[in-house]
Design a protein around this ligand. Structure first.
Ligand SMILES: NC(=O)c1ccc[n+]([C@@H]2O[C@H](COP(=O)([O-])OP(=O)(O)OC[C@H]3O[C@@H](n4cnc5c(N)ncnc54)[C@H](O)[C@@H]3O)[C@@H](O)[C@H]2O)c1
Length: 246
């Protein structure tokens, strides 16, 4: 018996990294998972199915509202419910501010912040109708403290915290909780793309003495997505190995 038996969870950006780890963890708890990504998610889906997971891939770009609408209608027609939305998809386009182009600014805000808005906008009415929902948005430690070369990314991730708190106030009366997870430094394709000295410096600042793994974040998502977390809303859960006292 899993804690999420019978529940339907959408996980965006699920084809790799933290999202893939989350898809596996949610399947292990008995959820049916709709994995959304712009990348091909079938290789990850096959691996998770081989372990008994109930998961399917939908090619969805979260900046494209029509794609979200059509994926949601397929889910609602087949399963009649969406219990959990994990807004995990995100991108970086790092550049120091004086060198950053408007395109690099817009790309990051568009995916990280507006993409999350789009998914919530289209999924929340389904949850409202059901009188139940768990929405989890993915912020970042860098949205809390800022980071050199990430004015665009930090702004998007800080924006998600204000968005989360406000949406929680609006949707609470429908028995929908809205929370954020702020990962610290986590091993994934995103962090692998950073220079080694940046990785080493990041790990040196983590009290538990290691880089985080996708599963570490997946467990944060799982807690906030659980029925037991029904009295937790508008909260930002830092999962960062103690890197910040927040
Ligand atoms: N890795 C870290 O250290 C770290 C730290 C803090 C926060 N985060 C956040 O955690 C989340 C997952 O990060 P990750 O490290 O696994 O990154 P990742 O790059 O490995 O995975 C992100 C996934 O999002 C998908 N994606 C990107 N744009 C999309 C779009 N428009 N529509 C749908 N899918 C899209 C990508 O294809 C990819 O599969 C992101 O929101 C990221 O900002 C990561």
């Amino acid at each position: 018996m899993g804690k999420l038996d019978g529940q339907l969870a959408i996980i965006t950006g699920g084809a790799q990294g933290i999202g893939e780890g989350a898809c596996k963890a949610f399947c292990d708890e008995g959820a049916t998972v709709a994995m959304w990504d712009v990348l091909d998610g079938e290789p990850a889906v096959e691996k998770i199915r081989a372990d008994g997971g109930d998961i399917f891939y939908q090619k969805v770009d979260i900046t494209a509202k029509v794609q979200i609408e059509s994926a949601v209608s397929v889910i609602v027609e087949k399963y009649g419910r969406i219990d959990i939305l994990i807004n995990n998809a995100g991108i970086i386009r790092d550049k120091s501010f004086l060198k950053m182009s408007e395109d690099e600014w817009n790309a990051v805000l568009n995916v990280n912040l507006s993409g999350t808005f789009n998914c919530c906008k289209i999924v929340a009415p389904v949850m409202k109708e059901a009188g139940y929902g768990r929405i989890i948005n993915t912020s970042s430690i860098n949205g809390l403290v800022g980071a050199f070369g990430q004015t665009n990314y930090a702004a998007s991730k800080a924006g998600l915290i204000g968005f989360t708190k406000s949406l929680a106030k609006e949707l609470g009366k429908y028995n929908i909780t809205v929370n954020a997870v702020a990962p610290g430094f986590i091993k994934s394709e995103m962090s692998d793309s950073m220079p080694q000295e940046v990785i080493d410096a990041g790990v040196a600042m983590i009290p538990v003495g290691r880089i985080g793994m996708p599963e570490d974040i997946a467990h944060g998502y799982l807690y906030l997505a659980s029925k037991e977390a029904g009295f937790v809303s508008a909260f930002t859960l830092s999962v960062n190995g103690g890197a910040l006292p927040i």
